[in-house]
Design a protein around this ligand. Structure first.
Ligand code: GLY
Ligand code: MN
Ligand code: MN
Length: 443
C-alpha cells in the first residue's frame, strides 16, 4: 500500500507549516478513508483521503492523525495494529512501530488506543481544528471525541471551546505545488499523454469504447501510474454530449468523433487530459471547423496564463473566441456585443473553463478572494489548473443545422503558473488537426 514517491521531509515540512498556522494550545485531527464495499465481502481498490495523505503520506485505511500544538509540538498517528492472520488474508500492514520509524511521526499507536488518547489530548485545549463539511462520519467522529472530553468536566477537565475548520488552511497549502509535487505532475502528465497517443493509434471503427479504455489503462500502468485518476471517459459520437459519460460500452462508428477524457494517477497526483479525434483518422469538414474553434479558444486561454491574471479573464477571452467562431459558422446569429452580454456561447459551451488540479482531480483551493464570492483569485506561481473549453451539439438538437448534430469537442491540458507565465504540462498528446491526422494515418 505504500506508494509515496516524495521524500519524508516534504510531509514533515507540510505539518510544520500547518503547526505554524495553528493557535497555541490546540489540536488538529485528520481521519483516513475507510475501505468501501464493492460486492459482498470484496472492496473497491482503496483510495486514501487526499488531505490525510497530504499530511502523512500514509496509505492505509482507518488511520487517524493527531497534531498537538503546545510547548512542544507532537504528531501522533493511530493505525491498524500488526495482525498476522489479517495480513495473510488482506495484505501487509505498516503497524504503529514501523509507522513511527518510516513516516517521521513523534508517536504512533494502534487504533484501539485512539479514543482514550485523543480524549486525553483534547483535555484543556482551547481550539480543535478539523475538516468541517468533509463527511457525516468525519463530523460524528470528531464530536464523539469532544463529547467524551465534555463528559469529564466534573473532573475539572475542559473541552476545546473553539472549533475551527482547518480546510481553508490545508487547501491553500495544497493549492501551491512544491518542486517535488511538480516533478510528479510533469511525469503523470507525460505518462497520460502517452496513453492518449496510444488510444489514437489503437482506435478503429468496430472497436468498443471499453477496449480503448483498456489501452489507456495499459499505458498508464506500463509507465508507473497504476490507476486512472478518475473513471476514464471514452465517448464515441453523441455519447460525448454526456459530460461525465463513463459507461464506455458502445461500439465506435466510422465518421464519428471519439472524445477521451482520461488521466493517470501517480503517487496520488492526477492528470486530467481530454483529446477529441476522428475514429476514421480524418476529420470531416464540420468536425474540423468545430475542433479548430475549440483549439483556438483553448490556446488563447493558455497563452494568457501568468501571475496576476485570473479565471474570469480567461473565461472572457474564451467566450469571445467562441462567439466569433460560432457567428462565422452561422451557429449563432445576431450582434456580437449582445451575444457576449447574454453569454450566448454557453448554450454550446456547457461547463466551466477549468479547475485546480493536484492530489484531487478537481483539486481543493478557493477560487475566490472575498466573502461575497465575486472576485476570482489571481494566479500565482505554483498553481496548476486545467484549461478545457468544449462545444457540444447533441444529435437531437433540431435548432442547429444537421451537419453539426452529434459533434462534441473538448480539449483539455494541464497548466502550471510560473514566474514568467506558464508551463503546459500536457506536451506529448497530439492536439493539432495535422498532428492527429498524421499519427492516425499510420493506423
Ligand atoms: N475529468 C473531469 C474534468 O475534466 O473535469
Ligand atoms: Mn477531464
Ligand atoms: Mn478537468
Amino acid at each position: 500500500m505504500k506508494h509515496t514517491l516524495l521524500p519524508l521531509t516534504e510531509f514533515t515540512a507540510r505539518r510544520e507549516k500547518l503547526f505554524a498556522q495553528m493557535t497555541d494550545n490546540s489540536v488538529a485531527l485528520f481521519i483516513a478513508n475507510n475501505e468501501v464495499t464493492r460486492s459482498n465481502d470484496t472492496e473497491y481498490l482503496f483510495c486514501q483521503d487526499k488531505d490525510f495523505y497530504y499530511l502523512t503520506g500514509f496509505n492505509e485505511p482507518d488511520a487517524i492523525l493527531m497534531m498537538v500544538k503546545g510547548e512542544q509540538n507532537k504528531v501522533v498517528l493511530f493505525c491498524r495494529a500488526k495482525d498476522p492472520f489479517q495480513e495473510v488474508w488482506h495484505g501487509r500492514r505498516v503497524g504503529p512501530e514501523n509507522a513511527k520509524k518510516e513516516y517521521g511521526f513523534d508517536e504512533s499507536y494502534a487504533l484501539e488506543e485512539a479514543d482514550a488518547q485523543i480524549t486525553e489530548s483534547l483535555g484543556n485545549k482551547n481550539t480543535l481544528y478539523y475538516l468541517q463539511g468533509k463527511s457525516e462520519r468525519h463530523e460524528q467522529q470528531v464530536y464523539q471525541w469532544r463529547n467524551s472530553v465534555i463528559a469529564k468536566s466534573r473532573q475539572g477537565i475542559a473541552a476545546p471551546e473553539i472549533l475551527v475548520n482547518v480546510a481553508p488552511i490545508v487547501h491553500d497549502m495544497r493549492l501551491m505545488k512544491s518542486p517535488s509535487e511538480l516533478a510528479l505532475m510533469r511525469t503523470v502528465n507525460h505518462i497520460s499523454g502517452k496513453a492518449h497517443t496510444r488510444a489514437m493509434e489503437k482506435t478503429q471503427a468496430g472497436a468498443f469504447e471499453y477496449q480503448i479504455e483498456a489501452e489507456l489503462l495499459h499505458e498508464f500502468a506500463r509507465h508507473g501510474a497504476r490507476h486512472a485518476a478518475y473513471n476514464s471517459i471514452v465517448a464515441g459520437g453523441d455519447n460525448a454530449n454526456i459530460l461525465h459519460y463513463n459507461d464506455n460500452c458502445d461500439i465506435l462508428n466510422d465518421g464519428d468523433l471519439l472524445l477521451i477524457d482520461a488521466g493517470g494517477e501517480l503517487a496520488g497526483y492526477a492528470a486530467d487530459i481530454t483529446r477529441t479525434f476522428p475514429i476514421s483518422g480524418k476529420f470531416t469538414e464540420p468536425q474540423k471547423a468545430i475542433y479548430q474553434l475549440v483549439l483556438d479558444a483553448q490556446q488563447a486561454a493558455i497563452q494568457a496564463i501568468k501571475p496576476g491574471t485570473d479565471l474570469a479573464l480567461l473565461n472572457q477571452l474564451v467566450c469571445e473566441k467562441l462567439t466569433d467562431g460560432l457567428l462565422t459558422l452561422g451557429i449563432l446569429e445576431g450582434e456580437k456585443t449582445a451575444l457576449l452580454e447574454s453569454k450566448a456561447c454557453k448554450k454550446y459551451f456547457i461547463h466551466g473553463l477549468g479547475h485546480w488540479l493536484g492530489l484531487d482531480v478537481h483539486d481543493v483551493g478557493d477560487y475566490h478572494v472575498n466573502e461575497s464570492r465575486e472576485q476570482k483569485r489571481t494566479f500565482e506561481p505554483g498553481m496548476v489548473m486545467t484549461i478545457e473549453p468544449g462545444l457540444y451539439f447533441p444529435s437531437d438538437d433540431e435548432n442547429i443545422e444537421e451537419k453539426w448534430r452529434g459533434i462534441a469537442v473538448r480539449i483539455e491540458d494541464n497548466i502550471l503558473v510560473t514566474d514568467q507565465g506558464h508551463e503546459n504540462l500536457t506536451t506529448n498528446a497530439p492536439k493539432s488537426i495535422e498532428e492527429i491526422e498524421t499519427l492516425m494515418a499510420g493506423n
